[in-house]
Design a protein around this ligand. Sequence first.
Ligand SMILES: NC(=O)c1ccc[n+]([C@@H]2O[C@H](COP(=O)([O-])OP(=O)(O)OC[C@H]3O[C@@H](n4cnc5c(N)ncnc54)[C@H](OP(=O)(O)O)[C@@H]3O)[C@@H](O)[C@H]2O)c1
Length: 243
Amino acid sequence: MKRVLITGASSGIGLQLAKDYADNGWNVVGCGRNTQHIDALAQERDNVTSLRFDATDLDDTKRALASQDVRFDLIILNAGTCEYIEDGRIDVTLFRRVFDINVFGILNCIEALQDTFTPGTHLALMGSTAAYLGLPRAEAYGASKAAVSYLSRSLSVDLDAKGVTVSLVSPGFVKTPLTDKNDFAMPLMVSPEEASLAIRQGLEKKKAEVHFPKKFSYILKFLATLPMACQFALVKKITRNTQ
Ligand SMILES: NC(=O)c1ccc[n+]([C@@H]2O[C@H](COP(=O)([O-])OP(=O)(O)OC[C@H]3O[C@@H](n4cnc5c(N)ncnc54)[C@H](OP(=O)(O)O)[C@@H]3O)[C@@H](O)[C@H]2O)c1
């Protein structure tokens, strides 16, 4: 039976992925700090295990993951958060919180698991379409996801020689507790079920980048090819009506 490890499986996209992989016969290890939802899933299904650790803490991450002595076919490093800055004012503490989980949470898991990688291991890193363009108030979140995007592309090159595939996952808006906090319009938002399907289908094909919903992600990808001054003017115009 194939094995998948999913971080951030206690809520939102990660929880849906855990349910869907379990339904499809995978052995699932679902991780989080507050594991009550994964614990409940693990009680219903014998192919789900819940693993509690704080991914921002390297020692805690290593301790928890060392308890898993079998290699994973698929590792989805999805745990993350989103915080927006106010009035363009930089708040370094906020940046550290966001980078701590979105970037260092991924790095901590990779450091803890890298010795278990074998040819065929598939690593999926959770990015965001927010990384494509400079969006208002997204300085910390967008920069953290841009770091994940670079990390994914760079690691793909280095790990290819070892037979390890790296995929970047770039969702648009997905309805989860993370986006429930947003106070602005979120065009073409999809459900966690739709997000999970797009992610699982894209990862099944071992895509370098799994991005969705396509109508949204392709528009942003196109805007990102324009000169920076045009991007800036268009983002300003578009977001003026949605904020
Ligand atoms: N929703 C969207 O529109 C959207 C769009 C693009 C990208 N994403 C990305 O998708 C990922 C999942 O987001 P979501 O929307 O599903 O949000 P969510 O419902 O808030 O879930 C976030 C998950 O991350 C886990 N997490 C946060 N901090 C953690 C820590 N220090 N250690 C371990 N786990 C931690 C949370 O678990 P615990 O609190 O139990 O630890 C939770 O399971 C994030 O990386 C997010 O940036 C989301």
